[in-house]
Write a protein that binds this ligand. Structure first.
Ligand code: 1OR
Ligand code: 1OR
Length: 402
């Protein structure tokens, strides 16, 4: 019996597969709906001809945010637009130092591809390298990299000096670089109903610009420098080759864990995977301080293995117990801590120490706001129960608001 494969089917599926490999969408079905709907609306699908040039099989990513617009182009222009779709070009460099131009079809298991990729190296003075290492040492996205990959990332990064009011990133644009902050304050603005709203800021630390590069989507926010500052930029191609590849492994490693975290139960699988993409892993030795009571907060923790103990100093208790730390709780695998200061926008309410070797998954405050908004009600209920226990432990005048 012979089965006839309809003309165009192979190419149609190939196009979709290439996009999946490149964009690594968390939800394949949702992505397929978007991909094929857009294909039908724009009517730009042509069978991909067998071409010796592998870049010819790459189609521009389907973006979830982008609306299909009627093209309004002449036949020639349409052809140009179509060939532009096939020959995906990375966006032009925002800062002039961009070195590599490379197509970005991505297969996490394809190591051969990797070996052929050019390594980008921006030479640096010892002083620059030292500053770069300092700026990158707490960057969560780098925490799951092997030492060798981390060193390649550092090699590829280049310094960008910025002026007050300079737009580093504009919402809706294509992504060129990922940025690590060395110094400076940066506002985060998001357009809502045509109005630009400041939803947060980076204050002399942190990183931004990962989303457009990870998911092949337009920039999700605008980032503006509020004063003179310095950034370290990592080009899109290197970001893909090293960070996105590490993320594919990270998803496999932590998928089961995030499934088991009660707080995250109400989220869709795709939302949980987005959380994994931005998580960093930090290891702590027995007795090591993880959070210090009274400190400013910039991240949220989930215990992956081991145990942590929460210790609190009473401010109100007089006598010999005054200012002594009292153990108030312990958290083990699957439990979280460090949410209170972020939700209440207050300093840390307690100190947290590792009990034995402990591993925690860490999320920065921007990712916490972006991805855990719908879990906040659960957190708030727990915070209300902290208040009750606090009264029982330290007396009625104590509260969590310092
Ligand atoms: P990007 O490549 O999309 C803009 O370029 C960057 O702003 C983005 O990556 C993030 O790194 C960063 N929503 C979206 N992007 C954000 C947000 C954010 N905060 C920082 N970025 N929200 C603000 C959370 C405090 C949610 C707003 C509704
Ligand atoms: P944070 O960001 O304030 C310390 O940093 C963390 O300790 C806090 O978030 C919570 O995640 C965690 N009171 C205050 N913080 C607590 C408590 C707590 N339990 C855990 N944390 N309780 C009342 C104190 C008597 C609860 C005791 C069971």
């Amino acid at each position: 019996m012979s089965i006839e494969i309809p003309a165009g089917l192979t190419d149609l599926l190939k196009g979709y597969t290439v996009e999946v490999l490149r964009s690594r969408p968390p939800d394949l079905v949702e992505f397929a709906i978007q991909y094929f709907s857009r294909l039908r609306e724009s009517n730009t699908f042509r069978p991909i001809s067998r071409s010796p040039d592998p870049t010819l099989t790459e189609r521009k990513a389907v973006s979830f945010e982008e609306d299909a617009q009627p093209s309004g182009l002449s036949a020639d222009e349409e052809d140009d637009a179509f060939s532009e779709e096939l020959h995906f070009k990375p966006p032009p460099p925002k800062f002039t130092r961009r070195v590599s131009v490379c197509a970005e079809a991505y297969n996490p298991d394809d190591d051969v591809d990797d070996e052929n990729e050019p390594r980008i190296v921006h030479s640096k003075t010892d002083e620059q390298r030292h500053r770069l290492q300092e700026a990158c040492k707490d960057i969560l996205l780098f925490k799951t990299l092997e030492l060798e990959q981390f060193s390649e990332v550092l090699d590829a990064m280049f310094e960008v000096l910025v002026k007050p009011e300079e737009h580093i990133i504009d919402q809706g644009k294509d992504g060129d670089n990922f940025y690590v902050i060395e110094r400076g304050v940066y506002d985060i603005l998001v357009q809502k109903d045509g109005v630009s709203i400041c939803v947060g800021k980076y204050d002399n630390k942190g990183s931004f610009g990962e989303l457009a590069l990870m998911y092949n989507t337009p920039r999700a926010a605008t980032i503006i420098a509020k004063q003179q500052g310095a950034l370290w930029a990592l080009d899109r191609a290197t970001f893909h080759r090293l960070i996105v590849k590490a993320n594919a492994k990270k998803r496999k490693m932590y998928e089961v864990f995030v499934e088991s975290v009660p707080l995250l139960k109400s989220l869709e699988l795709s939302e949980r995977m987005k959380i994994v993409d931005v998580l960093g892993m930090k290891s702590f030795k027995d007795g090591e301080l993880i959070i210090m009571q009274g400190d400013e907060a910039d991240c949220f923790y989930m215990v992956e293995s081991g145990v942590v103990k929460i210790m609190m100093k009473s401010k109100t208790k007089a006598g010999p117990m005054a200012n002594e730390e009292v153990e108030i709780a312990r958290c083990s695998r699957g439990q979280y801590f460090g949410e209170l200061a972020l939700v209440a926008e207050k300093p840390r309410a307690a100190s947290v120490y590792a009990v034995g070797e402990t591993k925690c998954l860490v999320m920065d405050v921007q990712a916490f706001e972006r991805l855990l908004g719908s879990c906040k009600e659960i957190m708030k209920r727990n915070i209300a129960s902290y208040e009750e226990q606090l009264v029982a432990l330290f007396g009625s005048s104590a509260d969590l608001r310092h």
